[in-house]
Write a protein that binds this ligand. Structure first.
Ligand SMILES: C[S@@+](CC[C@H](N)C(=O)[O-])C[C@H]1O[C@@H](n2cnc3c(N)ncnc32)[C@H](O)[C@@H]1O
Length: 141
């Protein structure tokens, strides 16, 4: 498990860009109506720097983590926050999510390695837009 993403300047800039992009382009949605799927990492920096400042409720934010040690750190930090977190890989989660008809306006997959084609196809075809939603964003970074 990588211990920290706090000193990664590119990630810091990308979080700021994502926050501004969502604030500008999804401003027609109320924060309470925005649902997010993302890879929070052990420190929950994406929650702290992107979704929390935008006022998106933690209960609307789903986080996936496949690494056991990173998940343990994430679960501890999330204890008083209340995001929906799952110890799983993205493809397994999205297979079930598809069957359950789950959708998100924002899908942000900050992989640590190049994404594989299966992840990409699952995300693009099944993981976005709640019924009746006029827009959304998918971000791979
Ligand atoms: C780069 S970190 C996330 C950093 C965070 N977004 C931030 O802004 O600091 C990616 C996290 O997702 C996990 N991860 C990577 N690929 C994954 C996958 N396919 N499914 C589930 N978790 C994954 C890694 O173990 C890692 O903790």
């Amino acid at each position: 498990m990588k211990e920290s993403y706090a000193d990664d300047t590119m990630k810091e800039k990308t979080r700021a860009y994502l926050r501004e992009f969502i604030g500008k382009n999804l401003s027609f949605l109320k924060p309470k109506d925005i649902h997010v799927l993302h890879l929070p990492g052990p420190e929950m920096l994406e929650w702290e720097e992107v979704y929390k400042p935008l006022g998106i409720p933690a209960k609307n934010v789903t986080g996936l983590e496949r690494d056991p040690a990173a998940y343990a750190a994430l679960a501890e930090r999330n204890h008083n926050v209340g995001m929906q977190i799952y110890r799983t890989d993205d493809v397994s989660f999205l297979e079930t999510a598809k069957q359950q008809g789950r959708r998100w306006q924002i899908v942000s997959l900050d992989y640590v390695s190049p994404y594989n084609q299966r992840s990409f196809l699952y995300t693009c075809s099944h993981a976005y837009f709640l019924p009746g939603c006029r827009g959304g964003a998918i971000s791979f970074w």
